[in-house]
Write a new protein. Sequence first.
Length: 130
Amino acid sequence: MSKKRILKTKTFSKWLKKSAVTDKNLVVAVAEMEQGLYEADLGGNVYKKRVAIGNRGKSHGARTLVATKFDGHWFYIFGFEKNERTNINNVELAYLQTVAESLLDLPATKIDTLLREKILIEVIHGNDEI
């Protein structure tokens, strides 16, 4: 199996800077997802995962949408806090499923190029850091 890579889209990173969610929260969320702990499979390799914010806990925290095939690449593609909105609509979901398909089909060389261009940002984490 290839090394686990946790990546954020530029759009997700902009949202992340405005939220109280940290990269460490994202790493913990991926570890939980690897154990099958996520809120919903939205189809098209898009998964909804709740993330705790501070002392508010997961139920009052943030919602993240992650594109993954559970095989080493985890792309955070959308996020929102529960107090901002309740969910995404069908049009947004269809778009995010298209984004997920594109990202998950990328070869490693293209991912590296997108990282250099800052279109993708890698979440730095140790092998067993959590």
